[in-house]
Write a protein that binds this ligand. Structure first.
Ligand code: IMP
Length: 186
């Protein structure tokens, strides 16, 4: 079987729910940043699908920039060691920064990124995460905009991957247990 969807055990958040919630977040962000400068900082690669939908529901002028972070490798547990693979290409001093991320798990990644960006003296810095595994948190972190709180399960789809794959699934899902074993060539 070559279909990616055949690897899915259950759909946690379907396309309709995602569309509705992302629209609500965009509307809320538009209200909150009305009349203000706004810079969306998307965390690659996982945040990219969320960003592309979210920004189309943000009805105020804004710019987008990208940062690439690695904290997982190919595992399903955070290593706690956060590495910047690609830094921002622009200064953020005096800007209103909104970090756009796919999921907050232990919180290590965003606590590190927020701390790092704060040293660059933005006017404000907030976090928007599509998914929040709140029960897994290891470090305190304020998430200003949350799409969905989810249980402690490793999820894929809508930008989230396992070993680099499944980002293109249009929903958030849990894979069949045998699929979380290491795959050939990975
Ligand atoms: P944290 O540092 O533990 O909060 O992990 C954040 C990063 O881990 C996210 O940006 C994701 O890339 C990855 N991650 C955490 N949980 C999941 C999951 O359930 N599926 C896919 N990636 C995840």
């Amino acid at each position: 079987m070559c279909m990616l969807s055949a690897d899915v055990a259950k759909i946690l958040i379907d396309e309709v729910a995602l569309r509705q919630r992302v629209r609500e977040l965009g509307e809320q962000i538009s209200r909150d940043y009305c009349g203000q400068d706004l810079l969306l900082v998307c965390i690659l690669k996982g945040g990219v699908v969320f960003l592309s939908d979210l920004m189309r529901h943000i009805d105020v002028p804004h710019e987008i920039e990208f940062m690439a972070i690695s904290s997982y490798g190919d595992a399903t547990e955070s290593s706690g060691i956060v590495r910047i693979m690609m830094d921002l290409a622009v200064p953020i001093k005096g800007r209103n920064v909104l970090i756009v991320e796919d999921i907050v798990d232990t919180g290590y990644t965003l606590a590190y990124v927020k701390g790092l960006l704060s040293t660059r003296e933005p006017a404000s810095i907030r976090i928007c995460a599509l998914l929040d595994k709140a029960e897994r948190r290891k470090v305190p972190l304020q998430i200003d905009y949350v799409g969905f709180e989810i249980p402690n399960e490793f999820v894929v789809g809508y930008g989230l991957d396992f070993q680099g794959r499944y980002r293109n699934l249009p929903y958030v899902a849990v894979l069949k247990p045998e699929r979380y074993r290491k795959q050939p060539g990975k």
